[in-house]
Design a protein around this ligand. Structure first.
Ligand code: RIB
Length: 330
C-alpha cells in the first residue's frame, strides 16, 4: 500500500440478532435453534469495519437510535478503528435491527428493520461534505433512503472520489438513473437479476447482465458469484471470471460486504480490476469461515496471504481464473 486509502461509507448500522438453526424454517414451520448471538452488523457498518481492517482510513456516515443498541454499535465501530464523528444518534428512534437465521450449511435469511437508518437524510450527507471531499472512495449500499444514496454519490463525484455502489439488498423498484453514474457496481447474482432481469446462471448470462449495466452508464461491473468467485468487466476492457479460494463455510452473512470493501481498498491502492477482484474474492471467502457480521471481517495480512495462493492468470473453469464465456458450474 503506497498511501493509506481514505474511504467514506454512507450506509446502515444494525444490531444483528442471529439464530443458528439446523435448517432454515419453511413458512409455518418452527425449528429448534442451537445458539443465539447479538452482534454488530449492517451492510454499511460491515463494509466500514472490513475496509478499516484491510488498512484503510474509514469514516462512517450513518445513524443509530438513542437506545442501548445504538451505544453498542457506536462503540463497536470505534473499537474497530472507524471514525464515527458523522454517525448521529437519532432521538426517539430505535437502532436498525436485523433478524438473521443461519443454517448449518452457512446459508442465511435476513429480515432488516431499518429504524434510525431510515432517518439518514441527504442533509446529513451534505453536512459531512468535508469528509467526502477528503476521501479517495465512497461506498454506498441500499439500506438507507435512496435519495440519501443519490446525494452521497453526487457529492463524491463532485469531489472526484471513486464511487462504488453495492446494490444490496436487491432493489424492489428500478434504481434512479443517477445511481448508474457510479464508477463501479458490485451486485451478487440475485441483485444483478433484480437490476437487469437476467438470471445469472452462466458466464454468458453474467456477461449480458454486466453489459446491460454498462449500457446504463456504469464503467465497471463486478458480479459476486459466491463460492464460484466473481465476474468483472469494464467498458472498453476485458471481461474476466476470477476464482475464490475453497474454504470451510460457517456463515455467509456479510461475505458480500467484505468483498465490496476489499474491492474498494484494492482499487484505491492502484490495483487493476482483475487484481482487485481477486483480492475481494479472497476477503469474501475468508468472511464465510467465521460467524457474524463485523466480527467475521478478515485482516489485510490474512487476505494477502490467502490471495497469494490463487491462480493469477486466465484458464478454464473449476477454480481457475477464466476469461471469455464458459458456463458457471451449477
Ligand atoms: O450483509 C449482511 C448484513 O445485512 C447484516 O449484518 C445485516 O445487518 C444486514 O444489513
Amino acid at each position: 500500500m503506497v498511501q493509506t486509502p481514505r474511504i467514506v461509507v454512507v450506509g446502515s448500522i444494525n444490531m444483528d440478532l442471529v439464530a443458528r438453526v439446523p435448517h432454515l424454517p419453511r413458512p409455518g414451520e418452527t425449528v429448534r435453534g442451537s445458539a443465539f448471538s447479538q452482534v454488530p452488523g449492517g451492510k454499511g457498518a460491515n463494509q466500514a469495519v472490513a475496509a478499516a481492517l484491510l488498512g484503510a482510513d474509514v469514516t462512517m456516515i450513518g445513524r443509530v437510535g438513542n437506545d442501548a443498541f445504538g451505544q453498542q454499535l457506536l462503540a463497536s465501530l470505534k473499537t474497530q478503528g472507524v471514525h464515527t464523528k458523522h454517525v448521529h444518534v437519532t432521538p426517539d428512534c430505535p437502532s436498525g435491527l436485523a433478524l438473521i437465521g443461519v443454517e448449518d450449511s452457512g446459508q442465511n435469511v435476513i429480515t432488516v428493520i431499518g429504524g434510525a437508518n431510515e432517518r439518514l437524510t441527504p442533509e446529513d450527507v451534505q453536512a459531512s461534505e468535508a469528509a467526502i471531499a477528503d476521501a479517495d472512495a465512497l461506498l454506498v449500499q441500499l439500506e438507507v433512503p435512496l435519495q440519501t444514496v443519490v446525494a452521497a454519490v453526487q457529492l463524491a463525484a463532485k469531489h472526484g472520489a471513486l464511487t462504488i455502489l453495492d446494490p444490496a439488498p436487491a432493489p424492489a423498484a428500478p434504481l434512479p438513473a443517477e445511481l448508474y453514474g457510479v464508477d463501479l457496481i458490485s451486485p451478487n447474482q440475485s441483485e444483478a437479476e433484480a437490476l437487469t432481469g437476467i438470471a445469472v446462471v452462466t458466464m454468458g448470462a453474467a456477461q449480458r447482465a454486466a453489459a446491460a449495466l454498462h449500457e446504463r452508464g456504469v464503467k465497471r461491473v463486478v458480479i459476486k458469484l459466491g463460492e464460484r468467485g466473481a465476474f468483472a468487466s469494464e467498458i472498453g476492457g476485458e471481461a474476466i471470471q476470477l476464482p475464490a479460494p475453497q474454504v470451510n463455510v460457517v456463515d455467509t452473512t456479510a461475505a458480500g460486504d467484505a468483498f465490496t470493501a476489499a474491492l474498494a481498498v484494492a482499487l484505491v491502492d492502484g490495483r487493476s480490476l482483475a487484481d482487485a477482484t481477486r483480492f475481494a474474492c479472497t476477503a469474501g471467502s475468508l468472511a464465510t469461515t467465521r460467524p457474524g457480521g463485523q466480527d467475521a471481517m478478515p485482516l489485510r495480512a490474512e487476505v494477502l496471504g490467502a490471495t497469494a495462493g490463487l491462480p493469477s492468470s486466465a484458464a478454464s473453469t473449476g477454480g481457475q481464473a477464466t476469461r471469455g464465456t464458459p458456463k458457471l458450474s451449477p
